[in-house]
Design a protein around this ligand. Structure first.
Ligand SMILES: *[C@@H]1O[C@H](CO)[C@@H](O)[C@H](O)[C@H]1NC(C)=O
Length: 417
């Protein structure tokens, strides 16, 4: 089949461990017409053999004639430059999806600067130089918003931890690149089939353990209106695609007029002179930003109830004394001991036993901490005309996720201890 010039050529950078496999499957479906003329995915992982979990769908997508995978070290400018060069018989890349960035909160500041900030900056600079029609940056929900109302894109919300600070700094630098056809897509907590990172799969896994043990799942955080808004991975893909088409149509200037918001400084001022590429702290470059969360208005309590009831147990809160003890227990291993042991037992007792799975019941510091992330999703619906594919986080979605893991023999088939 000849390349279809009416369809864009697309580059996806990073995110093999987060959201880019789903985007690739959305752009080049296993059964159906591709939305793109050509797709190149570039990340640090190897896919043959896979050095990160890639799932069965993505393995199929990689076999498609329109799809190329390139393993590359994105911290090297020359590597990025060559990744933007189209194959000889193909036209220039039209859309770029920047799904890069370190999502592990236990990685230090140097890693965040080198793998999150610096990589995205190089991508943005190269994309602007090549005048790509769309550059969509995924922003993970490493923020704290007010618990009183969902944050609009205009609100100045606080990035959390070192990870959040550098993910946010990345947005300022990208926003400052003139003529970059940038859209920032600020997502909620992602869940979906074959998603093995983030707080939601953690909650689902731990809930399954308490269901198995027939004990209530308990939270360390008092019941309050703590939003922890969610988004299905299909909507991350669909939303990113919608945003790319939108800015490709209008360009950065008009996009900024319609949807631009200033991105304020939230870093340590000393970093400005220490780290190459940070813009002065008193500048607030504007860029089009869209929140993307589902309509469930998920909170800590609603997530807890949805996941625990799915596995036939309840969601409760520790009493004050227990909570105090937990907060004193600085050792993550102690806090995790109970459900990690339970999960291991489930894996061993599964028929046949499961010896290797990317899913862990271990909750890291970030997952255990209290999060308040509530986003207003009306802007992307109104301006971009985006319609959510999965508006609700519910049992049906959890069932789909767990069933798919079970099909892969990566989720135990035991029910009760
Ligand atoms: C990627 O390149 C950087 C800069 O040359 C180097 O420090 C780093 O070790 C490389 N990473 C890998 C995984 O090869």
């Amino acid at each position: 089949m000849a390349a279809d010039s009416s369809k864009p050529s697309v580059l996806i950078f990073g995110g093999l461990n987060t959201c880019s496999r789903a985007l690739a499957a959305f752009l080049v479906p296993i059964d159906g017409e591709p939305l793109v003329a050509y797709l190149r995915i570039v990340d640090k992982y190897s896919v043959h053999p896979a050095t990160t979990y890639i799932g069965p769908d993505f393995a199929q997508v990689l076999k498609k004639p329109e799809v190329e995978y390139r393993q590359a070290n994105l911290t090297v400018a020359a590597t990025i430059e060559s990744a933007f060069a189209p194959p000889e018989d193909k036209s220039d890349f039209d859309y770029v999806f920047d799904f890069t960035g370190e999502v592990r909160s236990d990685r230090g500041e140097m890693i965040q600067i080198g793998n999150t900030f610096a990589v995205a900056r190089l991508l943005g600079l190269e994309a602007a130089k090549r005048k790509v029609k769309a550059f969509v940056r995924i922003q993970q929900p490493f923020y704290e918003t007010s618990s009183k109302h969902p944050a609009s894109e205009k609100e100045d919300i606080k990035p959390v931890e070192t990870m959040g600070i550098w993910w946010h700094e990345t947005l300022r630098t990208l926003a400052s690149i003139e003529n970059l056809n940038l859209v920032i897509l600020r997502i909620g907590f992602v869940y979906g089939p074959y998603v093995d990172f983030g707080n939601i799969i953690s909650a689902i896994t731990v809930a399954s353990v308490y269901g198995y043990l027939q004990k209530p799942m308990k939270s360390m955080w008092s019941p309050g209106k703590n939003p922890t808004n969610t988004v299905h991975i299909d909507d991350v893909a669909g939303g990113a695609w919608a945003c790319a088409k939108w800015i490709a149509n209008v360009g950065r200037k008009a996009a900024n007029e319609a949807a631009g918001v200033p991105i304020p400084f939230h870093n340590d001022k000393s970093k400005v002179s220490e780290v190459e590429g940070i813009i002065p702290y008193d500048q607030k470059p504007a860029a089009p930003v869209f929140n993307l969360v589902d309509d469930s208005k998920t909170t800590l309590v609603s997530t807890g109830k949805t996941v625990s009831s799915f596995f036939g147990t309840t969601f409760e809160f520790f009493n004050v004394i227990e909570t105090t003890v937990f907060k004193l227990m600085d050792d993550l291993e102690d806090i995790n001991e109970h459900h990690v042991e339970g999960w291991t037992e489930m894996l061993v007792k599964s028929d046949p036993p499961i010896t290797n799975t990317p899913i862990s019941a271990y909750m890291d510091k970030y997952t255990l901490e209290k999060h308040v992330v509530g986003f207003d999703n009306s802007k992307i619906k109104e301006l971009v005309g985006y319609k959510l594919l999965r508006p609700e986080f519910n049992h049906e979605n959890i069932k789909e996720i767990v069933d798919k893991w079970k099909d892969q023999k990566l989720w135990p088939n035991v029910v009760k201890a």
